[in-house]
Write a protein that binds this ligand. Structure first.
Ligand code: IMP
Ligand code: MG
Length: 192
């Protein structure tokens, strides 16, 4: 295995990491720039409002850590964890809350911070579940949105980072079988 190294092949940057090859899709500089932009928009839109940011563990922890420092207004953070059953590359649509919020969101302005929207089922379930708790409103911020995935979304993503092809990605919080979350960019695992 040895140390990580980055190579370039046919114009693609590839990280050789723990015996795997991970092809860069969105590099660190692009992530940083986008996170800054999204943070600035959120700051502007939520100035003088009672903002509660709800983040979904574990995939969004790195995105959250970065974007929250670009949101320059007072905000309360709360966390939920959900798990969807089944194969780890395909979400089953059956969502279960494994950790619930600590605080009431009644009358609050809720912003959900998510890593990625794939089928949209997790988000649909979350929004429905949170709506029942009577917040003032709910919006969604998601770093990644997979293109060309057929879905019926109740809540569109108001603050979106990147549209990406419909392929499985890892890094910047996103895992494959719980690994690769600490890779600082978004990439594809090759030969999987
Ligand atoms: P959805 O319910 O199909 O929209 O799936 C959403 C959840 O599945 C995300 O919050 C991720 O945890 C996970 N997920 C979906 N696509 C990917 C991917 O490409 N890489 C890693 N995790 C993913
Ligand atoms: Mg996951």
């Amino acid at each position: 295995m040895g140390k990580n190294k980055t190579i370039t092949e046919k114009g693609h940057k590839i990280l050789v990491y723990g015996g795997q090859r991970i092809r860069v899709l969105i590099d660190e500089a692009s992530l940083k720039k986008k996170v800054k932009e999204l943070g600035a928009r959120i700051t502007e839109d939520y100035t003088d409002r009672d903002l509660v940011i709800i983040s979904v563990l574990r995939g969004s922890f790195i995105f959250l850590a970065d974007i929250c420092r670009e949101i320059k207004i007072p905000v309360i953070f709360d966390f939920m964890a959900v798990s969807s059953y089944g194969d780890s590359k395909v979400s089953s649509g059956i969502v279960r809350i494994t950790k619930d919020l600590e605080f009431s969101i009644e009358g609050k302005e809720v912003l959900i911070i998510e890593d990625i929207v794939d089928s949209g089922r997790t988000l649909n379930y979350l929004v429905k579940n949170l709506r029942a708790r009577n917040p003032r409103n709910i919006e969604v911020c998601a770093l990644l949105d997979k293109e060309d995935v057929p879905r019926k979304m109740e809540n569109r993503v108001k603050y979106k980072g990147f549209d990406i092809p419909n392929q499985f990605v890892v890094g910047y919080g996103l895992d494959y079988a719980e690994k690769y979350r600490n890779i600082p960019f978004i990439g594809y695992i090759e030969n999987e």
